[in-house]
Design a protein around this ligand. Structure first.
Ligand SMILES: [Zn+2]
Length: 113
């Protein structure tokens, strides 16, 4: 819809939606004029900004949750790994002792010529 030669004191074209609206469809900017976007577009923009912010916050929250989960996984795994290493070292120690024990015994059984 295009209005030619509209009275600028009472009508204004919103560059966002492209509609020509009366100035009371715009928020007052100061005592001389109004804001460039109409009220509908301004509130739409505010809404989408809020949505964007909410999505951003969700992302941040999710990201930190992900990091937290990852930390937990590392901690759990580290405990598991430590336990495994402890068992491994113990087994290794026992095996070596056994080998040494057998080794010395075998040595003792050898009758040197
Ligand atoms: Zn508009």
């Amino acid at each position: 819809m295009k209005i030619k030669n509209f009275d600028k004191r009472y009508y204004k074209k919103c560059p966002k939606c492209g509609l020509v609206k009366t100035v009371d469809s715009f928020y007052k900017h100061n005592r001389y004029g109004v804001r460039s976007w109409c009220k509908v577009c301004e509130s739409d923009s505010a809404k989408s900004n809020k949505n964007k912010l909410r999505r951003h916050n969700y992302y941040i929250k999710n990201k930190s949750r992900e990091i937290e989960a990852n930390k937990e996984w590392v901690q759990k795994n580290r405990a598991k790994r430590n336990e495994y290493m402890r068992n491994y070292m113990r087994l290794k120690y026992l095996r070596e002792r056994k080998i040494n024990y057998e080794h010395t015994h075998i040595n003792n059984d050898i009758v040197w010529a």
